[in-house]
Every structure is written in structure tokens, then in C-alpha cells.
Write a protein that binds this ligand. Structure first.
Ligand SMILES: [Zn+2]
Length: 149
């Protein structure tokens, strides 16, 4: 993406060509593009994170990450989804919002002891900071405010 030292680097997959890109979140406003296909990197919405990408994308992020652990069949998860979309939209450049499909990432779900979905976990510097189980919008908003300011 850029040859200068990135202040808030994140590694995310291009939704168009699937190539992993390193993006500097502090430069999100300048609309970074994929180094492979040249299409825009979509930073104003949650990024889907697969099991293989989790460590690199979530734990390796240079910004706080809110991860929505969900499953397609889960009704309450659909209630949380628009709320999570809104957090992504409002915090472009300050925070990464990721979605993990627990059916497709059972190892990650087990590692973090996800017993009930939706579970939202905020990660900072590669470690879990705090989690919210179920639909607790006020609590999650306050937490996001605290880490993303
Ligand atoms: Zn691409």
C-alpha cells in the first residue's frame, strides 16, 4: 500500500480478489486501494475474518478490533448486525470491526470459549480486553468509545 511506516497497520482481505493487504488505518480517509486488483479497500464496514486470517488480522492489528462472533442461523445475531455495521461506519480509521462466522472458524471460537452467540469481543494489542454476550448496545457503545475515542 504505502512505503512509509504505517502508524496503525491492519492486514485485511480484499473483498474483490481475496488478496491480503496491509492498510494504514490512519490513512483510511484517503481511500486506500487493493495492491493486487486496485479496487477500494472497504473500511467503513465490518470485514469478514476467516479462521486462517484471525491471528494476522485481529491479533496483529495496530488499532483496537471489535469482533462479532456470529452464525448465519442465529436470530439474535441478525439483530446485532446493523448495530455492528454502524460502529464500523462511525469509527473508520480508529477501529477495525470484524465478523467471525463461528461455524466456519470453530478453532477460534473454541480458543476464546464462545459458548453463546452473538458474542462481541474487543481486542487490543493482540489480547482480549472485554466481551459482551447477547445484545448489550449501551455497554458495547461505551466500550467502543473507551478504546476508539
Ligand atoms: Zn483486490
Amino acid at each position: 500500500m504505502t512505503t512509509t511506516e504505517a502508524k496503525s497497520p491492519v492486514t485485511i482481505r480484499c473483498v474483490f480478489c481475496d488478496k491480503l493487504n496491509r492498510v494504514d488505518m490512519t490513512r483510511a480517509a484517503s481511500r486506500p486501494t487493493c495492491g493486487e486488483c486496485g479496487k477500494p479497500m472497504l473500511l467503513d464496514r465490518p470485514v469478514k475474518v476467516a479462521q486462517d486470517d484471525f491471528d494476522k488480522t485481529v491479533l496483529g492489528a495496530g488499532v483496537p478490533v471489535l469482533v462479532d462472533f456470529y452464525a448465519d442461523w442465529c436470530g439474535p445475531c441478525r439483530m446485532v448486525a446493523p448495530f455492528v455495521d454502524e460502529i464500523a461506519q462511525k469509527n473508520v480509521g480508529r477501529m477495525l470491526v470484524a465478523k467471525v462466522d463461528t461455524d466456519r472458524a470453530p478453532d477460534v471460537a473454541m480458543r476464546y470459549g464462545i459458548r453463546s452467540i452473538p458474542t462481541l469481543i474487543v481486542f487490543q494489542n493482540g489480547a482480549e480486553l472485554e466481551r459482551s454476550v447477547g445484545f448489550e448496545p449501551e455497554r458495547v457503545k461505551a466500550l467502543v468509545q473507551r478504546v476508539a475515542g
